[in-house]
Design a protein around this ligand. Structure first.
Ligand SMILES: Cc1cc2nc3c(=O)[nH]c(=O)nc-3n(C[C@H](O)[C@H](O)[C@H](O)COP(=O)(O)OP(=O)(O)OC[C@H]3O[C@@H](n4cnc5c(N)ncnc54)[C@H](O)[C@@H]3O)c2cc1C
Length: 670
């Protein structure tokens, strides 16, 4: 099937407006005749379900948690971007568009990103109207902070709990519709297959996670807002339950999977402490506004610190290497995540790491505490030369800005970050890849849409901070409700979709046989055994830096691990009961397929772009020496993979990217 991204004609800035003026609409009475399934109730799915129901469609919403409130979106800490230019620092729709395309290393679709920047301002108005308590300055106006890769302050935030507050807004909007009977909510239901009738997505098969019952649900269209797949690495900052199953099942039914290898490794996470761990913790990027990143200049000092013989606070300014400020003076500590992550790895690989495993760098707030403390002393007419007072006042400011993050760090690491620098290291955080979608957010299966982190759109090869929430809410509140209407306008006379058809029967049997096979497999090894092994392969061979030899061996190792999984996995308990191990086994089975496609995609893309760093593609000389080298001549495309039986046989389709409004340059943050 040829890829048609359905980008509207006309100038970039007019595309979305013209599109909205020209699409078919569904009148309010006809909306009542149409059912839409929304799988996922995070920020993308929750906002979409609420908006579609508000418009009048009959929505069936599904999530695997016990409440939409527990979607992984709740974990988002730092903030959400919008081109409001409230700071008057030169921001605009164009600049947000430009930063996002550049930040993604020119591997995203211009038209989608421009639309994202355009609707970003509506998101803030919508959320404020819902009562989301964004941070405000002393005068009561909405406050902003900066995130990596940009030179303006456009990030709106609610302390370190932005995702939670935004999700409460979307959840309240959903609840209103649940109360009106316009949304039927299916908590603790896991979607395990898509049902296609005459080539169109017309329903899903779910498993009730409490009773084990396998159910059929039909609709005129299906929307997946099922999140990202970072947990293919086992250790990540994602919620433990986040998984690829819904997207992968859609892929197996014909939806192309785009750029699976584009993963974001976030530079500021609490370092791994050992093999017992099943989860990593993010320290929000907002901390890079005030924290300075460094390692000791001398290896002896790094060794002494690792051996517990020296403390970081004993090192003078001269003995510290603020390597981001040194290498990237223009952006300093606020370089994009991919750049900051690789720079940390480079220092640690060179022997300057500061924790026991040698895989940690410092994030230090001492300078910010001094700066804020002095300012407060002046403002309150106290003695700015009183060191103890300045420290106390400065700590209070830092506590107000980041208190919950500091507390979280202290609880996990048992060190006080107000008095000693935090230790951080990169960890898997977000997946830019996902289901391929056209401008309408429709996948390559008619009637099947993907929104939020589940699709590949908008971020290219790297996601800038605070842009995932923006994309999820743009998709759910402001884009999908229009684009899906155009599609559904052809369904006003279709009538209810029956679940009593051979297609539903076939899909249900497909799910039953998979569940039966796993539960009756009398293996000896737990699901986690395979997940951990997969994670190690992914991290070591498809992680922050990749090369052809390792990627090829990852493909072989993952295929072998998958064979072993089906021979050796043991799933205790029964299928018709609450059975966490069974749910996990079904998810890990899909990760074991996705992992192989991931490595295959990475192997195919022999260039370094954003979160995808190929050791074979590095700038050899000139001012960018040692930096990632993109290959625009050969790789300015989106990889869209078609499933044809096994991941290794997947067929590559290329969506060539055209840049009419931005000049492609090697990224530089110096
Ligand atoms: C620790 C952390 C902090 C972050 N901070 C920020 C930030 O400050 N700013 C920012 O922009 N981004 C941030 N992000 C990224 C951002 O939070 C996510 O990309 C975003 O919330 C994803 O939203 P979503 O709605 O697409 O998916 P999710 O919130 O992951 O929701 C997925 C939904 O799908 C459901 N689901 C999944 N599979 C199935 C299935 N098979 N059947 C039924 N239901 C299913 C789940 O139950 C859930 O309801 C952060 C990410 C992490 C990990």
């Amino acid at each position: 099937m040829a890829l048609d991204s359905k980008i509207p004609q006309g100038p970039l800035a007019d595309k979305w407006t013209n599109y909205k003026n020209e699409i078919n609409l569904v009148n309010p009475a006809n909306k009542r005749l149409i059912d839409v399934i929304v799988v996922g109730t995070g920020l993308a799915g929750g906002s979409a379900a609420a908006t579609l129901a508000e418009l009048g469609y009959n929505v069936k919403a599904f999530c695997f948690q016990d409440s939409p409130r527990r979607a992984h979106s709740i974990a988002a800490q730092g903030g959400i971007n919008a081109a409001k230019n409230y700071q008057g620092d030169g921001d605009s729709t164009y600049r947000l568009f430009y930063d996002t395309v550049k930040g993604g290393d020119y591997r995203s679709r211009e038209s989608n990103v421009y639309r994202l920047a355009e609707v970003s301002t509506n998101i803030i108005d919508q959320c404020v109207a819902q009562g989301v308590p964004f941070a405000r300055d002393y005068g009561g106006l909405l406050d902003n902070r900066s995130f990596g890769g940009v030179l303006v302050s456009r990030t709106f935030y609610a302390k370190g709990q932005t995702g939670q507050q935004l999700l409460l807004g979307a959840y309240s909007a959903m609840n209103r519709q649940i109360g009106r009977g316009k949304i039927k909510m299916y908590n603790r239901h896991e979607m395990l297959d898509i049902v296609k009738v005459d080539g169109k997505a017309r329903g899903i098969i779910t498993r009730n996670l409490v009773t084990g019952e396998i159910e059929r649900h039909s609709a005129h269209a299906v929307v997946l807002g099922t999140g990202g797949y970072g947990n293919v690495f086992y250790l990540s900052t994602n919620a433990m339950g986040s998984n690829v199953t819904a997207a992968w099942k859609a892929h197996k039914r014909g939806a192309y999977f785009a750029n699976p290898c584009y993963t974001q490794i976030h530079p500021t996470c609490i370092p791994v402490s050992g093999d017992h761990q099943s989860k990593l913790t993010l320290m929000s990027e907002s901390l890079r506004n005030d924290g300075r990143i460094w390692v000791p200049k001398k290896k002896e000092d790094a060794i002494a610190i690792r051996e517990g013989k020296k403390k970081p606070t004993q090192l003078s300014e001269d003995e510290r290497d603020y390597y981001l400020e040194r290498r990237y003076p223009a952006f300093g500590n606020l370089v994009p995540r991919d750049v900051a992550s690789r720079a940390a790895k480079e220092r640690c690989d060179a022997g300057f790491g500061v924790n026991k495993t040698g895989e940690a760098v410092y994030l230090d707030f001492a300078a910010a505490i001094q700066r804020y403390g002095k300012e407060q002393a002046y403002v309150t007419h106290q003695d700015a030369n009183d060191a103890a007072l300045v420290k106390k006042l400065g700590q209070e400011v830092v506590r107000t800005k980041y208190g919950n993050l500091f507390q979280m760090y202290e609880k996990i690491v048992d060190q006080d970050p107000y008095n000693t620098p935090m230790m951080i290291y990169p960890a898997v955080h977000y997946t830019m890849g996902g289901l391929w979608v056209d401008y309408n957010l429709q996948t390559s299966v008619e009637g099947l849409y993907a929104i939020g982190e589940a699709n590949f759109s908008d971020h290219g090869a790297n996601r800038l901070g605070a842009s995932a929430l923006m994309q999820g809410l743009a998709d759910g509140y402001f884009v999908l409700p229009y684009t899906i209407g155009d599609y559904l306008s052809h369904d006003i006379r279709t009538g209810p979709i029956s679940t009593d058809s051979p297609e539903f029967e076939e899909a249900e049997q497909n799910v039953r046989s998979q569940v039966d096979a796993l539960i009756n497999n009398n293996g000896t090894k737990a699901v986690d055994y395979f997940h951990k092994k997969l994670g190690k392969i992914m991290w070591n061979k498809c992680g922050m830096s990749r090369n052809a030899t390792d990627l090829q061996s990852a493909i072989d190792e993952i295929a072998a691990l998958r064979d072993e999984f089906y021979k050796e996995v043991r799933v205790p308990g029964e299928q018709d009961e609450f059975n966490e191990e069974l749910a996990k086994a079904l998810r890990v089975a899909d990760f074991l397929e996705l992992g192989e496609l991931f490595a295959k995609d990475a192997l195919t893309r022999n260039e370094s772009a954003g979160g995808h760093f190929r050791e074979e593609s590095v700038e050899e000389d000139g001012p960018q020496k040692g930096e990632a080298k993109r290959d625009d001549e050969n790789f300015t495309f989106v990889s869209a993979w078609e499933y044809v039986g096994k991941p290794k046989d997947a067929i590559l389709h290329k969506e060539e990217l055209e840049f009419d409004n931005i000049e492609l340059k090697q990224r530089s943050y110096k």
